[in-house]
Design a protein around this ligand. Structure first.
Ligand SMILES: *Cc1c(COP(=O)(O)O)cnc(C)c1O
Length: 219
């Protein structure tokens, strides 16, 4: 399947799943995860009407995106991967959203950048729903305190993001993330990737992040 066909298939599927879940028709946004993909591949689906994209590395985005953003100013790029505090200064003009706010030092660095550079990205807090040692994110029980810190720092936190453990049923983690978001009155839940976005939509995802199902397997 070529990328244009894959895009329209996935869009249709998202619409159907959203309806089946009894949710409003535009409740779920598709983020095209374009890490490792060339600018030509990306531009191809921009021309098919896709506007929301995710990249997981700042350096890669710096190489691929400035020209695309200049050419298509309404494209919205989100950072979905781990962010070192010393890279925050490269975000303005490149990323509209940071979906991987996973620790206090990063929240503080984003607040400093906001003061210095008038940069106010939409933020999501990454929650380590599986409490995995090796995975980034805030433990579920620590989310309340972390959100309070983010609010004090003036960050524009819209919601939560999670990457479930690969060894467990994703649906448990999606349900947990949605509950934590609801408990805190947060509208956005970024959850679900190529293999599990149907469950995520059923459980309340407002953002799904899809790479492989759209662009094909990485070569
Ligand atoms: C790569 C990546 C995705 C997309 O994964 P696919 O399985 O290719 O759809 C989603 N979220 C994050 C954080 C990623 O790094």
């Amino acid at each position: 399947m070529n990328t244009a066909t894959a895009l329209s298939t996935i869009r249709d599927e998202i619409t159907t799943l959203t309806k089946q879940a009894g949710r409003e028709s535009h409740a779920v946004r598709l983020i095209a995860v374009s890490k490792t993909r060339s600018t030509a591949e990306i531009e191809n689906i921009i021309m098919q009407g896709q506007r929301d994209f995710g990249e997981n590395r700042v350096q890669e985005a710096q190489q691929k995106w400035p020209g695309l953003i200049e050419k298509y100013p309404d494209v919205r790029l989100r950072l979905i991967g781990p962010l070192q505090t010393n890279k925050v200064k490269y975000l303005p003009g490149l990323f509209r959203a940071v979906d991987s706010v996973d620790r206090l030092s990063l929240a503080k660095a984003l607040a400093r950048q906001a003061e210095r550079g008038d940069y106010h990205p939409e933020c999501l807090v990454q929650v380590n729903t599986g409490e995995e040692e090796q995975k980034a994110g805030i433990a579920p029980r620590a989310v309340s305190a972390f959100l309070a810190n983010c609010e004090n720092l003036g960050l524009d936190v819209r919601g939560l993001m999670c990457i479930p453990p690969i060894t467990e049923a994703a649906s448990i983690h999606f349900a947990l993330l949605k509950k934590i978001a609801d408990d805190h009155g947060l509208p956005e839940c970024s959850m679900g990737m190529s293999s599990d976005y149907p469950q995520a939509i059923n459980l309340g995802a407002t953002i799904v992040r899809i790479g492989t199902a759209l662009f094909g397997a990485c070569s």
